[in-house]
Write a protein that binds this ligand. Structure first.
Ligand SMILES: [Zn+2]
Length: 671
């Protein structure tokens, strides 16, 4: 809990400049529901198959009905980017074009925040870009890009750059402005092997800025100019991974392709920087690339949030086919329409586009073969279908693949594949199924790599915050709603119920419920807090978490601030409390507390207190009286002479006890 109100003002400012719907929409595809009153999407925090996450534009909050992750824009940034609050605040401030005030600089001196590194990378990106456009040294690079067909617009839009053949160039450009330490953290420079100097990582290369989802440059891909290519040195090099750049998470061009992917419901994955940028230049905007790594679960999870279909576009060479096969094994069982495309005559995407244009390119994407069909065709090309022996060989290699994908077992997709396999190999489906179960037992005795990578059968999140699919157990357990860590869900007839999900380490007790009900009223109408404060103190709340929320409301009141939902959430930095806040607020709306508070029919004359509030306060007052009574009884027992009338203390306690009993019997209100 933060009581730093100057800080909260800034947090509030950032929040007011952040539209949660737009923020969430940057990372997942949102669909409006209830006439735009809500937005829904697949939850990125658990393995979601039906849209479970709801974003409420009016409250600027979100919540997942299955895994209970929820909160405001800061929670979203913290959960999605796996960062601490301070970093989330900084990145949202930056996104909103706000400068962090100095009073928030509680950061340790030796830790460089990600945003600093991003600033350095943004600066370097500009330097390299200007160098490409203006410098004499970059003339061959400009010539190369022109030959490859890059237009000036594409070069400007994607901010391509040039790193001169000078190990000190970027260091010299930054002198007096950027110190070496953040440059090294950004992997722009490296310590030299001999001596203690530094040198620039990219030299004499055309640079393709690699951006994260938010469009910030996190690294570069460097292409050597053809005339300087050396044997044994890669044509392309990728920047090393860093605090802000993880290859297994990042898809090159995703920030530019997001909308195109969402609209087309199709993501096309290619292998190189040029293969991404030239399609974009032609207006085919649903194309992304992997940066020097195989397709990962994190990549697929990200794309699944925007598209129903993933088209893997690979080179027709051996390496391309191997990559396709590997992707096939890993992702055939995913709940996604996976396709493989090799362009005619093994052309690269850019060659194909310049030769045939965008429409033909799109047509190729549309007719791309289903991934398993591509594999089947490959095997048929390899072995033929002439002899029984050849057909069995085709079958064997296909079943070997299917045996490695436990998620397929018993699925409709599996039926389609087996049926097709039988008809293509002219073998009976019964034989095919028999052979598959043999292949499965063989695969089971030799656990797949995917299964080994996922030793935990529960919904533990990977470092990237992506629930890891992979093994069958994972898929099965994750399809049931998962309560957040340390929180249990109530089960009715063995079925986990969302209604029963609770935010404490046990089901909601009667006491929890009445405390939550009072908070529902406060969040709905903060002006009720004046009345509430007169009646109860935060010590009247037994639950630590609800008490913290009530305390936050009182704190705001003490600072002459109306404890609006926004202000309360500003005062909260704890994720569990935030979840609770959003949950209670949501309950308030479901129960239509606002309408209940307005219902004044039952109000005794002369009072402005809504009867609903009086009703909600009563059980808390009663509990307080009861607890007081128990304490009194305890003290009474300890009095030296407990007989009434002999000891004034005992007498007073006895009187109180009698009053308690009378009141309880009369069921009067507890004033
Ligand atoms: Zn969820």
């Amino acid at each position: 809990m933060s009581t730093d109100f100057a800080n909260n003002d800034f947090k509030e400012l950032v929040r007011s400049r952040t539209d949660l719907v737009a923020l969430v929409g940057e990372s997942v595809a949102l669909t409006p529901s209830r006439g735009g009153a809500e937005f829904k999407c697949l939850c990125p925090f658990h393995d979601d198959h039906s849209p479970s996450l709801v974003v409420y534009p009016d409250r600027q909050t979100f919540r997942c009905w299955a895994c209970s992750t929820g909160g405001d824009c800061f929670t979203w940034a913290m959960e999605f980017d796996k960062v601490e609050f301070r970093e989330a605040l900084e990145s949202l401030a930056k996104r909103a074009g706000l400068e962090m005030p100095t009073f928030t600089g509680r950061r340790q001196e030796n830790a460089i925040a990600k945003t600093d590194v991003l600033d350095v990378l943004a600066w370097a990106e500009n330097e390299f870009h200007r160098c490409l456009l203006e410098s004499q040294m970059a003339a061959p690079a400009r010539e190369y890009l022109k030959e490859r067909g890059f237009t000036a617009e594409t070069i400007a839009r994607f901010k391509l750059g040039f790193a001169p053949n000078d190990g000190q160039w970027i260091i010299a450009r930054g002198r007096g402005k950027i110190s070496l330490e953040p440059m090294e953290t950004a992997r722009l420079i490296k310590k030299s092997d001999e001596g203690d100097g530094y040198y620039q990582f990219f030299r004499n290369r055309v640079l393709f800025p690699i951006r994260n989802d938010k469009g910030h440059c996190v690294s570069f891909g460097g292409r050597v100019l053809p005339q300087f290519a050396q044997p044994g040195v890669g044509k392309y090099i990728n920047g090393p991974e860093s605090d802000v750049y993880s290859k297994s998470n990042l898809l090159f061009g995703f920030d530019a392709a997001r909308e195109g992917i969402r609209k087309a419901q199709t993501a096309v994955i290619v292998e190189g920087y040029t293969d991404v940028l030239i399609p974009h230049q032609f207006g085919v905007t649903n194309v992304v690339g992997v940066c020097g790594t195989a397709l990962t679960q994190a990549h697929v999870d990200r794309l699944k949030r925007f598209a129903q279909r993933i088209v893997l576009m690979f080179d027709g060479d051996e390496a391309g086919r191997n990559a396709a096969e590997k992707a096939l094994t890993n992702f055939l069982g995913e709940n996604i329409d996976l396709r493989v495309l090799v362009l005619p005559n093994d052309q690269d995407p850019d060659e194909f586009l310049f030769a045939h244009g965008a429409d033909e390119f799109r047509r190729q994407i549309d007719i791309a073969a289903e991934a398993w069909d591509f594999k089947l065709q490959t095997e048929i090309n390899r072995h033929g279908l002439e002899s029984i022996d050849a057909r069995h060989r085709v079958l064997t290699s296909m079943l070997e693949l299917l045996g490695k994908v436990p998620k397929l077992r018993g699925s409709a997709k599996e039926d389609v594949i087996l049926n097709r396999l039988a008809s293509r190999t002219l073998l009976s489906e019964q034989v095919v199924r028999q052979r598959l179960s043999e292949a499965r037992s063989a695969a089971a005795s030799q656990p797949s790599r995917a299964a080994q990578n996922n030793p935990l059968p529960n919904g533990n999140k990977s470092a990237a915050g992506m629930p890891q699919g992979g093994s069958e157990t994972t898929a099965r357990t994750m399809s049931a709603p998962t309560a957040p860590l340390g929180h249990k869900s109530l089960r009715v007839d063995g079925v986990p119920t969302i209604r029963g999900l609770c935010f404490f380490d046990r089901p909601l007790s009667k006491g929890d419920r009445m405390e939550c009900e009072l908070l529902e009223i406060i969040f709905t109408d903060p002006s009720t807090l004046d009345v509430i404060r007169r009646e109860i103190g935060d010590e009247d709340f037994d639950n630590e978490q609800t008490r913290a929320l009530l305390q936050a409301c009182f704190d705001l009141l003490d600072h002459d601030e109306m404890p609006t939902f926004e202000r309360i959430s500003s005062a909260i930095e704890d994720a569990a409390l935030m979840r609770l806040l959003v949950w209670i607020d949501e309950q308030a709306r479901l129960k239509e507390i606002a309408a209940k508070l307005k219902d004044n029919l039952m109000a005794p004359s002369g009072t402005s207190v809504p009867p609903y509030l009086t009703l909600a306060l009563q059980p808390i007052r009663f509990r307080r009286a009861e607890q007081q009574h128990q304490r009194n009884t305890g003290r009474l027992a300890q009095q030296p002479d407990a007989r009434a009338g002999l000891n004034p203390n005992a007498k007073a306690l006895l009187e109180q006890a009698t009053a308690f009993h009378q009141k309880r019997a009369a069921k009067t209100t507890w004033q």
